[in-house]
Design a protein around this ligand. Structure first.
Ligand SMILES: *[C@@H]1O[C@H](CO)[C@@H](O)[C@H](O)[C@H]1NC(C)=O
Ligand SMILES: *[C@@H]1O[C@H](CO)[C@@H](O)[C@H](O)[C@H]1NC(C)=O
Ligand SMILES: *[C@@H]1O[C@H](CO)[C@@H](O)[C@H](O)[C@H]1NC(C)=O
Ligand SMILES: *[C@@H]1O[C@H](CO)[C@@H](O)[C@H](O)[C@H]1NC(C)=O
Ligand SMILES: *[C@@H]1O[C@H](CO)[C@@H](O)[C@H](O)[C@H]1NC(C)=O
Ligand SMILES: *[C@@H]1O[C@H](CO)[C@@H](O)[C@H](O)[C@H]1NC(C)=O
Ligand SMILES: *[C@@H]1O[C@H](CO)[C@@H](O)[C@H](O)[C@H]1NC(C)=O
Ligand SMILES: *[C@@H]1O[C@H](CO)[C@@H](O)[C@H](O)[C@H]1NC(C)=O
Ligand SMILES: *[C@@H]1O[C@H](CO)[C@@H](O)[C@H](O)[C@H]1NC(C)=O
Length: 451
């Protein structure tokens, strides 16, 4: 009897596996798509504002329309390929990283002669006569929800050998946006209606000669092969602390001393600041999960009508500070969050009826800066939820989050059967059949959301 049942359940799992794989492959597309921010994109707008004897002057602006994904220091780099033999005579508010071969120009030398220039933002403190509006923030581009006033970045470019009418100008090709690593994919430039500008006194409207837009979207799958954060759980009703899954972001290789640094290492100072260490190579603290960031969710208190959670974000990277960090958390009780202490909060509703997702970020000048690993390398807050009698329960891990993103990247959750249980309940998670299916579904959603 038992063997019959087990073979039937195996058959069912197999059929479900086939079904899940099939639906995965039908939903998976090469377009980047984030289910919680379906229209999230960075739009690059290229406005030709005047013609010159041999080309034009354009203002290029990047708008970050992503709800919760930003670009932090060391900032963006933007590249493209010229369609003809264009050169950049001069720039304001930005510069190319390489000049290239300008040897055929005598006297007046262009700023850049490369066929595929790469532009970076200028640093704060650039002299005013080299600035334009929205420039000079070291390439930092904040997210649309967190800081809309700082979610755009501009530079001005004077292009030569380019054509001087809207019929002879060719739009550049192959835009590449890096943050500064990979992750973004940019579509082709689309010529559209010329932008209208309102003068400062609001009494006159001017118009660009030509305008084209490029849309870039992000995919975590393209950005890195390993996750960058993980989630650990605990509760007042069970002493067990469910730590991040072992090897969630990589494995601690004891024989390879370069892979991480131990907290107590006497060589720490030299390991962190030693010559030849780029500030971008992680100096990870050795942990079982090897994630640069851990989010801990502690179910702290149970009141009659409310319950309280403490969230702690810990940085395990000795070589990286996170400015303007953010979390996206999915939990059914976010439809009725009553109070939040020392974080900012905004509900995210990508679809009508979806009200279980929230974005959390730090208070300006208080905890919006997550310090490098060490005693200061954590931020925390408490959330107070109002119980809804029809859904609230401490059973079956209901009080724990369903999904967490840190800075827009999905965090690795512990397996559902490891969640802390209520003591003295007969409850055992139904893992035999349900769990592999849930895992498959979760990975399907993950693939679907990121490919
Ligand atoms: C980019 O984002 C803006 C603002 O959310 C949206 O209006 C636009 O449709 C998006 N573009 C694409 C191509 O998704
Ligand atoms: C060029 O400008 C003319 C006059 O403004 C306009 O009619 C035409 O559609 C433009 N062509 C292109 C390719 O933008
Ligand atoms: C643009 O990129 C594609 C694919 O990487 C390449 O095949 C093509 O030659 C590039 N075009 C230009 C103008 O560089
Ligand atoms: C380009 O993008 C900007 C910002 O989203 C938008 O206002 C403008 O209408 C777009 N123009 C074209 C030609 O698509
Ligand atoms: C650990 O690192 C050493 C040296 O880099 C390497 O030879 C070995 O294969 C690694 N082991 C694992 C399990 O990754
Ligand atoms: C992180 O910030 C602290 C305090 O502002 C600073 O002392 C430290 O050098 C920064 N670390 C890195 C890697 O930038
Ligand atoms: C949240 O969504 C659920 C399901 O769509 C709905 O039943 C509930 O009333 C919503 N709650 C709020 C506060 O909108
Ligand atoms: C939150 O829950 C309380 C009690 O269940 C209810 O009265 C209130 O309307 C809810 N608020 C929202 C925004 O759903
Ligand atoms: C706490 O939860 C763990 C599962 O994570 C379980 O093994 C343990 O028995 C629970 N403790 C109590 C006292 O129920």
């Amino acid at each position: 009897m038992k063997t019959v049942f087990s073979s039937i359940s195996k058959l069912i799992s197999f059929i479900l596996l086939l079904f899940v794989l099939f639906s995965c492959s039908t939903f998976t597309s090469t377009e980047a798509y984030d289910a919680l921010d379906p229209t999230g994109n960075i739009t690059i707008k290229w406005d030709v504002i005047s013609w010159t004897p041999d080309g034009y002057v354009a203002v290029v602006t990047m708008y970050n329309f992503q709800q919760y994904r930003h670009i932090q220091a060391p900032g963006w780099t933007l590249g493209w390929t010229w369609a003809k033999k264009e050169v950049i005579w001069s720039m304001m508010g930005g510069q190319t990283t390489e000049q290239g071969d300008c040897s055929k120009y005598k006297g007046n030398t262009p700023h850049c002669c490369k066929k595929d220039p790469t532009v970076v933002d200028l640093l704060p403190g650039t002299p005013y006569n080299q600035q334009i509006a929205n420039c000079c923030k070291g390439g930092v581009l904040n997210s649309w929800v967190q800081d809309p006033g700082n979610s755009a970045s501009s530079f001005q470019v004077s292009v030569g050998a380019a054509g001087t009418t809207n019929r002879t100008v060719r739009v550049p090709r192959n835009f590449t946006l890096k943050a500064p690593g990979p992750g973004y994919t940019c579509g082709p430039a689309k010529v559209g209606k010329p932008t209208k500008f309102i003068t400062a006194d609001k009494r006159r409207i001017t118009q660009a000669m030509m305008t084209w837009n490029v849309t870039c979207t992000y995919s975590q799958f393209l950005a890195q092969k390993t996750p960058t954060c993980c989630v650990s759980l605990s509760s007042f009703y069970n002493d067990t602390i469910v730590s991040c899954p072992t090897c969630a972001c990589g494995c601690n290789n004891a024989t390879d001393s370069a892979s991480c640094v131990s907290e107590r290492s006497s060589h720490l100072a030299s390991a962190v600041t030693g010559p030849g260490k780029s500030t971008n190579t992680p100096q990870l603290q050795c942990t079982s999960h090897m994630c640069p960031v851990r989010v801990h969710w502690h179910v702290k208190l149970n009141y009659k009508e409310y319950w309280r959670v403490k969230v702690t974000i810990t940085n395990f990277n000795y070589a990286l500070n996170y400015s303007q960090w953010n979390l996206v958390v999915q939990h059914p009780n976010f439809d009725n969050l009553t109070q939040l202490f020392s974080f900012n909060y905004k509900p995210l509703t990508p679809y009508a009826g979806l009200n279980d997702t929230a974005m959390l970020w730090g208070l300006k000048f208080y905890n919006d800066f997550l310090n490098e690993a060490g005693p200061l390398g954590n931020v925390q807050s408490e959330l107070l939820f109002r119980k809804d009698a029809s859904t609230f329960t401490f059973e079956k891990g209901w009080a724990f989050p369903r999904r967490i993103y840190f800075n827009g990247d999905n965090c690795v959750m512990p397996p559902p059967d490891a969640y802390p249980w209520l003591p003295n309940t007969g409850f055992r998670p139904v893992i035999s059949l349900l769990q592999p299916i849930m895992t498959m579904l979760a990975s399907c959603v993950f693939l679907w959301a990121y490919m």
